[in-house]
Design a binder for this molecule. Structure first.
Ligand code: PEP
Ligand code: MG
Length: 555
């Protein structure tokens, strides 16, 4: 009997594939046990290295010639590193000082990798290219076969610590059907090439190293999961479901509505003008959450009202005729702001955070609202403005007064169970609600949203969370005011159906997540959404709720 386990990582390319795992062949290592090269052999050793580096560069260039697009660029870039004069000079110097060619290559690579890492950003991501080059040159110097990807006999899932771009560029997509790596980021070369090749890909998968070659795995590039030894039938069903969903997502262009025409506002979560502009190029109908604190994480002094107005204006301009919801600073907890004068607290998630900062520092909020008002005037727009971490009727009332005094539309986030329980009274003070399911889940379940161990508790499908969301939505329906969701729950297409069934009017999520949500909603009518909501609310656990909703959709 086999046991199924699910490993989590960062989703890079959506799509689900199932098959046996393969790992690349082990990479060569420099032989550090051999003594120094005798004086009179050092020139020849340099020559040996130069010949090897040239041969590797040539092979990479040859592959670049037959590849296209980004793959060709990556291969050429790695070939370029192989002929880099700085790197070659450093290796040659080390050999002249007595190192063997393979050891000199390894040491020089470490030296360059440290410099690249220190430079950060794009340079740091090139460390994978550099290490790949090292292994190829060492193999060449040692007279071994060039390291690389095996060519499996049957369609397989390639697992690796981190794939070298030169490897991924040479992949046979008929044989390698998905990728998962233990390291690497969403902007690494591996990720870029996987995207170009349309290969489902998950990176930064914790525990992947324990999955042996030959083990059957399911890679889900949408969920960011690697399921080890899944039930084969369930895995095949998930592969089919994913293919259908992706086809629907690709052809979906909005506007967002259920199959019977019930409109749902599909909005984007952004942190600056650039993200808002990108959102406007896609299917987003507006901005549902502008996290203003993220504009100032590195800023030591409070920005002036004019500076703030210019930053906020960039976001407002991206959607001049649509809804834009600006959230006032949610500093504190995991988002410390240097200028917010936050106290040192043992439990900052339950401390002075979000709107609570304005108790001690009222000017921060006043200045920010002035900045938003100025931005609205300059852009000729009418943003909605909401406060994070509101817990009482009085807080909502005082915030709304300040916002209305500036001619703006006030709302509050529902992130604390108290707010959901008092939804009717608090909503009466403002014009709209936006439910932050990330924090609402954390505070309802008393489980830190950052904790990997507590992931099953910090699941917005928890019945207690769904119950509070439903209560909040009902207050909106009763008072004819908009209640949206702007936490991660809004990015889950299945949960979106439940939320709409509860009466949620808008869903706001990362731009990339929106087409899948829109396409899913287009596939069901409002009555089905309502039945799905009832089924989820009647469940005892997240797993039961998901299964119950799937059953409603299948029936
Ligand atoms: C939330 O809590 O769900 C939310 C949207 O706010 P943030 O993630 O910024 O805390
Ligand atoms: Mg929050």
């Amino acid at each position: 009997m086999t046991t199924t386990s699910t490993l989590s990582g960062t989703p890079v390319v959506p799509g689900a594939k199932y098959g046996p795992a393969v790992w690349p062949a082990p990479r060569p290592t420099a032989d550090t046990s051999a003594g120094p090269v005798p004086d009179d052999e050092r020139d020849a050793e340099v020559e040996r290295y130069e010949t090897a580096a040239t041969a590797v560069a040539e092979r990479l260039r040859e592959r670049a010639r037959v590849a296209d697009g980004v793959a060709a660029e990556v291969l050429s870039a790695t070939a370029g590193l192989a002929t880099d004069r700085g790197l070659r000079g450093t290796v040659a110097k080390r050999i002249r000082d007595g190192s063997r060619a393979d050891v000199a290559v390894a040491d020089a690579t470490d030296e360059f990798a440290a410099m690249f890492k220190q430079a950060g950003g794009v340079m740091a991501e090139r460390v994978t290219d550099l290490n790949d080059l090292r292994d190829r040159v060492i193999a060449e110097v040692q007279g071994k076969e060039e390291p690389g990807i095996p060519s499996p006999d049957e369609p397989s899932i390639l697992l690796a610590d981190d794939l070298a771009p030169a490897d991924t560029a040479g992949l046979d997509v008929g044989k390698v059907i998905a990728l998962a790596t233990e390291l690497g980021g969403p902007t690494s070369h591996t990720a870029i090439i996987a995207r170009q090749m349309g290969l489902p890909c998950v990176v930064a998968v914790d525990g992947l190293g324990d999955v042996a070659s030959g083990t059957h795995v399911l890679v889900d590039g949408m969920a960011g999961e690697v399921v080890v030894e899944p039930d084969p039938e369930a895995a095949e069903a998930r592969v089919r479901e994913s293919a259908e969903a992706m086809a629907a997502v690709d052809s979906w262009t909005g506007p967002c509505q259920t199959s019977d025409g019930h409109a749902v506002g599909l909005l984007a979560n952004v942190q600056d003008g650039a993200a808002a502009t990108r959102a406007a190029e896609g299917v987003a109908e507006g901005i549902g959450l502008f996290r203003t604190e993220l504009c100032f994480l590195e800023v030591a002094e409070e920005p002036t009202v004019e500076e703030q107005a210019s930053i906020y204006g960039e976001v407002l301009q991206a959607f001049p005729d649509a809804k834009v919801v600006v959230r006032t600073l949610d500093a504190g907890s995991d988002k410390p702001l240097k200028f917010a004068g936050l106290p040192d607290e043992p439990n900052p998630a339950l401390g002075v955070r979000g709107l609570r900062i304005s108790e001690d520092e009222p000017d921060l909020l006043e200045h920010q609202l002035d900045g938003i008002e100025a931005a609205a005037e300059q852009t000729g727009t009418s943003p909605w403005v909401m406060a994070p971490m509101v817990a009482t009727v009085d807080e909502a009332r005082r915030f709304a007064e300040k916002v209305r005094a500036r001619g703006l539309t006030p709302g509050v986030m529902v992130e604390i169970p108290a707010t959901a329980l008092m939804a009717e009274k608090i909503l009466a003070e403002v014009e709209f609600f936006s439910i932050g399911t990330n924090d609402l889940t954390q505070y309802t379940m008393a489980a830190d949203r950052m904790s990997a161990e507590l992931a099953s508790l910090t699941d917005p499908w928890q019945p207690a969370v769904l119950d509070l969301v439903a209560k909040t939505a009902a207050a909106g329906t009763a008072q004819g005011k908009s209640v949206g969701v702007c936490g991660e729950a809004a990015a889950d297409p299945l949960l979106a159906i439940v939320l709409v069934g509860m009466g949620i009017a808008t869903l706001s999520a990362a731009t990339a997540a929106l087409p899948a949500v829109g396409a899913k909603l287009a596939s069901v009518d409002l009555a089905t959404c309502q039945r799905a909501a009832e089924a989820a609310l009647a469940s005892d656990s997240p797993a039961e709720a998901r299964a119950a909703v799937r059953e409603v959709l299948d029936g």
